[in-house]
Design a protein around this ligand. Structure first.
Ligand code: UD1
Length: 417
């Protein structure tokens, strides 16, 4: 069992280049199935979610080659339309594969996807959207079978602007004859990246970044080359690291616009943030101030993937902060662990009331989900004494070389496998 062992108290200082975005890379890897030509991805993050996605592609018959910065996928020989149960359970993003598999083979079979245990995370919006595109969906023995002989464009209204469902449906629709309109689509920056990629393939998608996306299906799509945008959640996590250690961190390779919601909250907490064209510096002196209300929401709202890290910052703030999780059920699993470290938090349903304490103290705590794990590492960095974060392999799903980057900034952190 992988552990991260942290001796808290070091002030983090230095400069760091932010890795490529997990949530942009994953759907774009799935999009490789929309073409029989090679696909090249630069600046990809070397994280376990990406390796799992590549294994699923290999299972389907794709050839995958990678080196440090460059990833090449060739799906010419892909022929399987069944997703491997074990891998699909590892990673929720395997659900994006359904759209491209259907577009390619007009059939797909899979089991319910896994990923972080965050609330119920159903896939009804994905399946209902596919039905609107003429796909016949049946379920038996824990497997879902999609038959798409009559895949065609259609009108879809999403009850909720789900990121994954929007991406999945964009990919299926890009090769469905006719026009598709997705109403109440998600507006995350990753959706805009997917639009760019499909258009580079010769597809026709308009409207990404707004709530209405229009797609004209094509019979054939070409290969593409894509350079991954910076990961806004990894950037946000390091921004909080600067705040809780009263340090100064400059992040290179960021898109400041993607970080507005996080920047605003951390400024409220008293951090000095200087924004450059593609970099920013976060400097903090003294304990953070309370943040009156942090409420998660679909983009451009406050990202749910930063909620846990903000709970850590609020735990040592000078007053009381309120955190409302409006996107996911059951996403406060890190709270129980923060309590072990001396935090003062009361939760009821999707609300956490956090009364800041002067210092957290080291404890043995357990990673329950990806971002919750990152939040515990942040807590360990500012706690008095030693913190052991168990099940730290879960953090590897989204952070590339997390502890060595933190060490470079001055943290006393090591890994034990
Ligand atoms: C994506 C991100 C994840 C982020 C989340 C919200 C990737 C790989 N993952 O996840 O890091 O936390 O967006 O920003 O991009 N829902 C349904 N039915 C569905 C689909 C979703 O009810 O069919 C619900 C979910 O349970 C959740 C909400 O919609 O409560 C948002 O989920 P969604 O936007 O789909 O998140 P993901 O795409 O899974």
């Amino acid at each position: 069992m992988t552990k991260l062992i942290i001796n808290g108290g070091a002030r983090l200082e230095g400069e760091l280049k932010v890795q490529g975005a997990k949530n942009a890379t994953l759907p774009i890897l799935a999009a490789a199935l929309l073409t029989e030509e090679p696909v090249i991805v630069y600046n990809w993050p070397a994280i376990s979610d990406v390796y799992n996605m590549l294994s699923i592609l290999e299972h389907i018959g794709a050839q995958v080659e990678y080196e440090k910065d460059r990833l090449v996928i060739d799906t010419r020989r892909a022929q399987r339309w069944e997703m491997p149960d074990r891998l699909a359970k590892e990673i929720r993003s395997s659900i994006f594969m359904i759209g491209p598999i259907l577009a390619r083979f007009r059939m797909a079979r899979f089991t319910y996807p896994g990923g972080c245990e965050i609330g119920s995370r159903p896939i009804d919006l994905h399946l209902r959207g596919l039905k609107s595109l003429g796909v016949n969906v049946t379920e038996s023995g824990g497997h879902i079978f999609c038959e798409g002989r009559h895949l065609r464009g259609g009108d879809i209204h999403l009850d909720y602007p789900s990121v994954g469902a929007t991406e999945n449906l964009m990919m299926a629709a890009s090769m469905a004859p006719g026009q598709t309109v997705i109403h109440n689509a998600a507006r995350e920056p990753e959706i805009i990246e997917l639009q760019k990629v499909i258009n580079q393939m010769g597809g026709k998608v308009r409207g990404a970044g707004t709530s209405t996306i229009r797609i004209e299906g094509r019979e054939r799509l070409n290969g593409f080359t894509y350079t991954c945008i910076p990961d806004r959640i990894v950037a946000g996590t390091f921004m909080v690291a600067a705040v809780v250690t009263q340090g100064k961190i400059t992040l290179r390779n960021v898109i400041p616009e993607h970080l507005f919601a996080i920047t605003a909250k951390l400024r409220e907490a008293g951090a000095h943030i200087t924004v450059y064209e593609d970099a920013l510096t976060v400097e903090a002196t003294g304990r953070p101030k309370e943040m009156h209300l942090i409420e998660t929401g679909p983009y451009p709202g406050f990202p749910p993937d930063m909620q846990a890290q903000m709970c850590t910052a609020a735990s040592i703030a000078r007053g009381t902060s309120i955190v409302v999780e409006s996107v996911f059920d059951n996403r406060f699993k890190h709270v129980g662990e923060l309590l072990r470290m001396g935090a003062n938090i009361v939760t009821k349903n999707n609300v956490a009331v956090i009364k800041g304490v002067e210092k957290l103290h080291g404890a043995e705590v357990k990673t329950m989900d990806l971002r919750g794990g990152a939040a515990l590492v942040l807590a360990g960095l500012c706690a008095e004494g030693t913190t052991i974060v168990d099940q730290a392999h879960i953090i590897d799903r989204g952070y590339q070389a997390f502890e060595s980057e933190l060490r470079m900034l001055g943290a006393d952190i090591r890994r034990e496998d």
